[in-house]
Write a protein that binds this ligand. Structure first.
Ligand SMILES: [Zn+2]
Length: 310
């Protein structure tokens, strides 16, 4: 019933080998029991390597992908990794839980297209071009100079388009965003960002950015991160609905999905973990008609995946 376009479970697993994805372990927002309880059909798992890692980020990312295969896919065979739209459709049709792999921050490709293609061959189907800082591809939102795509970044966009890899602009500088809009031949996504109009945070999108994504057929995954939802001390689901409503007002009701950022940040009240997604479903049903709710929860992402993946 639900697709979630962003979580950082893999980073937690990499850091603490005592955590198990298949146990009821409160250290994880997204674990298998919570996926069942929250009716999550498809979870995107991001490979995130923070700036504190000073050794080869490529190497650590490879370790994280191996963790994903060993600790999530291989251990119980309850989740299936999809690499094509057809696989997503087939696995969901079989009642299986589906995983997609993404990268959060292109620093892991270390300025090398061969490494980008290697990740693709390992099953990665989306990549956020930056995290908060600058890398070989572009500047992130927190990089003071606010630069756009580098020449290498332009090649990355072209190669991702060719491969059928989704380009994620969450965390990207605004100038980088407009460079991607100009160059990408395929619709892009912002996997975990809210709206600046409702909550003025650097990680959120301006109305101009939202309209541009809508125009080129892309997707916005609204996120449950406290600071991106409201400046209030304790934001709730009602505050999140304001972002959804605002994107809908700009014409994007069919281009909104969920991108929780579970396990990467502190979520808002009522959505403390994936097991609580029912709270969001009930709140959405009070505000939107059934068809649009289904769109936000799942169908909008599926339509997007069909357009961009092979
Ligand atoms: Zn993030």
């Amino acid at each position: 019933m639900i697709i979630d376009a962003h979580c950082d479970v893999l980073w937690k697993l990499l850091n603490d080998r005592s955590i198990s994805f298949y146990n009821k372990d409160s250290r994880l927002h997204v674990n298998y029991p919570n996926m069942i309880k929250g009716k999550v059909d498809l979870q995107v798992f991001a490979i995130y390597i923070p700036p504190s890692i000073k050794t080869s980020k490529f190497k650590v990312a490879i370790q994280s992908i191996d963790d994903f295969y060993q600790m999530i896919i291989r251990q119980k065979n309850h989740l299936k990794l999809a690499t094509t739209y057809q696989e997503i459709e087939t696995f969901i049709g079989q009642g299986k839980k589906v995983a997609l792999l993404s990268i959060e921050g292109a620093e892991v490709i270390e300025g090398d297209l061969a490494k980008l293609r290697t990740f693709y061959r390992l099953g990665v189907r989306a990549m956020g071009l930056t995290w908060n800082q600058a890398n070989e591809v572009a500047d992130g939102v927190m990089e003071q100079r606010g630069g756009g795509l580098t020449s290498f970044g332009q090649e990355v966009v072209k190669e991702m388009n060719r491969l059928g890899m989704m380009i994620d602009v969450s965390h990207l500088s605004e100038r980088g965003f407009w460079d991607v809009i100009e160059r990408s031949e395929k619709p892009i996504l912002a996997s975990h960002s809210n709206t600046k109009k409702v909550c003025n945070h650097p990680r959120n999108l301006t109305d101009g950015q939202i309209k541009a994504i809508i125009k080129q057929g892309g997707m916005i995954g609204v996120t449950f991160v406290r600071e991106f939802t409201s400046t209030k001390k304790e934001p709730t689901i009602d505050d999140l609905l304001l972002h959804i409503d605002h994107i809908a007002t700009l014409g994007g009701i069919e281009q909104i999905g969920l991108g929780s950022d579970f396990d990467g940040a502190i979520p808002i009240k009522g959505l403390e973990n994936a097991g609580k997604l029912d709270n969001l479903v009930n709140a959405l049903l009070k505000h939107f008609d059934q068809k649009h709710v289904e769109g936000i929860l799942k169908e909008n992402w599926l339509r997007y995946y069909k357009k961009v993946l092979r």
